[in-house]
Ligand binder design. Structure first.
Ligand SMILES: CNC(=O)c1cccc(C)c1Nc1nc(N2CCN(c3ccccc3Cl)CC2)nc(N2CSC[C@H]2C(=O)NC)n1
Ligand code: NI
Length: 184
């Protein structure tokens, strides 16, 4: 079971590396890691388990955040009614299309690897197309918008050594294109 003590924090160089592609079939270690990362998200979204183990809630977790510099991330995204709208292990994900139209979470972004709040709009693309391989190595395409799109951009950033606050305008953190979608 992954706990907060297993999560690497900002300042560790592994978070700034470009992670290595994963090879298929996944070896036993990486297959188990994928399961454990999804398990963390499931546990962190359960109030009782999260409280018991002091887990910070998350909808995404990338392998570099647990010290493994490989291109693998887990996403578990519920809608505002708590229904799961996206549950996937993204291996070797590539964003192949991105909208000109920007989007940002109204409340800013948090990250399990960044302990302090960094206020401001994290400017991303409202719509993206992702090519990736699932845990079995099958090639998939995802077309996403709004919250799930923002989450996947956040996690794919981790695989390329970027952190959310890299996208905040330092001088004017709450400036954003008037055309942007502000995601509640
Ligand atoms: C500084 N202001 C803020 O953080 C912030 C502040 C308010 C609102 C939002 C929306 C904010 N922003 C933000 N909130 C989240 N959660 C909302 C709560 N939720 C959750 C919590 C409990 C049970 C189940 C669940 Cl589902 C877990 C996810 N997650 C992310 N991110 C950025 S993309 C990757 C994703 C991530 O998993 N981060 C750890 N950002
Ligand atoms: Ni993060």
């Amino acid at each position: 079971m992954i706990l907060m003590k297993d999560i690497v924090r900002d300042g560790d160089p592994v978070l700034r590396k470009v992670a290595a592609p994963v090879a298929f079939p996944l070896n036993k270690e990486d297959h188990q890691l994928a399961k454990d990362m999804m398990g963390y998200l499931i546990n962190s979204q359960d109030p009782e388990i999260a409280q018991k183990h002091q887990l910070r809630a998350g909808v995404g977790l990338a392998a570099p955040q647990v010290g493994r510099s490989i291109k693998m991330a887990a996403v578990l995204v519920p809608d505002n009614d708590g229904n799961i709208v996206l549950q996937e292990i993204l291996c070797n994900p590539v964003i192949t299309r991105e909208s000109v139209r920007p989007a940002a979470l109204a409340e800013g972004e948090g990250c399990l690897s960044v302990d302090e709040d960094v206020p401001g709009y994290v400017v991303r693309h409202d719509r993206i197309t992702i090519r990736y391989q699932d845990i079995n190595g099958d090639k998939k395409i995802l077309r996403l918008k709004d919250y799930p799109a923002i989450v996947c951009q956040h996690e794919i950033d981790h695989l390329n050594g970027h952190l959310f606050y890299d996208h905040i305008d330092k001088k004017h953190p709450f400036n954003i294109d008037p055309d942007a979608v502000i995601v509640k």
